[in-house]
Design a protein around this ligand. Structure first.
Ligand SMILES: Cc1ncc(COP(=O)(O)O)c(C=O)c1O
Length: 399
């Protein structure tokens, strides 16, 4: 019988207890060192205990922790200006999580049409396999039965079409459609990359029908693909974008970015958050950007991504009965397994490497963006040993 716990039983946690982190390493209570390519599900963008982040947080902690949004928060002005300067956006709303960034994105899109005299335009089209969070609106947007079941009627106004199916999408657009919402790279869905052409078609459709294009870059943003944001590789831009995870480097922080036009309906009183954009979060967010925007940093991400791509391609060739396909962009990588992905994840963990499960029998590698070439090779060597183990088990089974 499972041990009684005061915690909700919502998580199937691995029996690991970590005490501290150093760069790409997590150190368990018993001193065992794990190579952390889970990075708190793409959150620890700069690894653990990054000195610049630690000092930014400590410095702010000595000044003021929390103010609420009753007053001006200079850190918000700074981070907001840096994020709008670096992106398509003109306006930013700070949140504490990805789901809240999505909630703000959805509300922004609906208010845009409302303010233009079209309150009937509140429908959002999303894609199968999507994951946008666990609030009532974001489980409706994600559309996955396993997350919706038992929580009452699905929040109205969310319609889903198959991934990358432009014909189905056109069919789904009605007079009530407000926006199209997509992750440029589905994370939890199994590292499914939306092609540049598909995203360009979405932009064209939105322009044609007067819809807003919303990108969910909660997982793929902040340098993960080797660009600051994944959309930069497409030659087009969204109207609204949800960001979180990597921007806080481990401190709870999210943001909803929008063009001036898209955000026009979000006037005083239409949205709010007690904690969103608090001084501690702003200090860390600004410190993350100091590093990620440093010259050469994104180039480093692209170089390390190449080490992974080449290494994983060779592992796929050598272990075709374990690895079916390697997917992803930059340091957002997926290994589609031939064996049950839970077995691969377990074998990798036995080699003291941490990764994340995903849909479509895929395991995600989301290494910190500061991973060195030597650490990438060390991780690949651990995956190789895990694959060897699984191959020999498979061979024995079929002998
Ligand atoms: C693409 C995407 N959107 C939204 C979310 C929700 O973020 P949070 O868990 O911070 O609410 C996640 C979390 O995994 C995500 O990967």
């Amino acid at each position: 019988m499972a041990e009684a716990t005061p915690l909700y039983d919502t998580y199937a946690r691995a029996p690991l207890r970590f005490e501290r982190g150093e760069g790409v390493w997590l150190i368990a209570e018993d001193g065992t060192r794990y190579l952390d390519f889970a990075a708190g599900v793409a959150v620890n963008s700069l690894g653990h205990a990054h000195p610049h982040l630690v000092s930014a947080l400590k410095n702010q902690a000595d000044k003021v922790w929390h103010l609420s949004n009753l007053y001006e928060v200079p850190g918000q002005e700074t981070l907001g200006a840096r994020m709008t300067e670096a992106t398509f956006a003109d306006k930013v709303f700070f949140t504490n999580s990805g789901a809240e960034a999505l909630e703000c994105a959805i509300k922004t899109a609906r208010r845009y049409h409302f303010a233009k005299g079209h309150p009937e335009k509140f429908h959002i089209i999303t894609f199968e396999g999507a994951f946008h969070g666990r609030t009532l609106a974001t489980i409706a947007a994600g559309g996955q039965a396993k997350y919706l079941e038992g929580f009452g009627p699905k929040a109205p106004g969310f319609y889903q079409v198959p991934f990358a199916d432009i014909a189905a999408l056109k069919e789904a657009i009605t007079e009530e459609t407000a926006a199209i919402l997509i992750e440029p790279i589905q994370g939890e869905g199994g590292i499914r990359v939306a092609s540049k052409e598909f995203l360009q078609e979405l932009r064209a459709l939105c322009d044609e029908y007067g819809l807003l294009l919303i990108f969910d870059e909660v997982q793929c943003g902040i340098g993960r693909t080797g660009k600051l944001f994944a959309y930069e590789a497409t030659g087009i831009a969204p109207d609204i974008m949800a960001v979180a995870k990597g921007i806080g480097g481990g401190f709870p922080l999210g943001a909803c970015l929008a063009t001036q036009e898209a955000a026009a309906g979000m006037v005083a009183g239409t949205h709010g958050s007690t904690y969103g954009g608090n001084p501690l979060a702003m200090a860390v967010g600004n410190a993350v950007l100091d590093v990620v925007l440093e010259e050469g940093f994104l180039e480093h991400v692209r170089d390390i991504a190449l080490v992974f791509r080449q290494g994983l391609a060779s592992l796929k060739d050598r272990f075709p009965d374990v690895i079916e396909e390697v997917r992803g962009e930059g340091l957002m990588l997926g290994i589609k397994a031939k064996v049950p992905s839970a077995d691969l994840l377990k074998a990798i963990r036995a080699e003291r490497l941490l990764a994340v499960p995903a849909g479509e029998n895929v395991i995600r590698l989301l290494p910190p963006l500061i991973t060195s070439a030597a650490e990438a090779r060390e991780g690949l060597a651990r995956i190789e040993r895990a694959a060897e183990q699984l191959t020999s088990v498979k061979q024995k089974a079929s002998a």
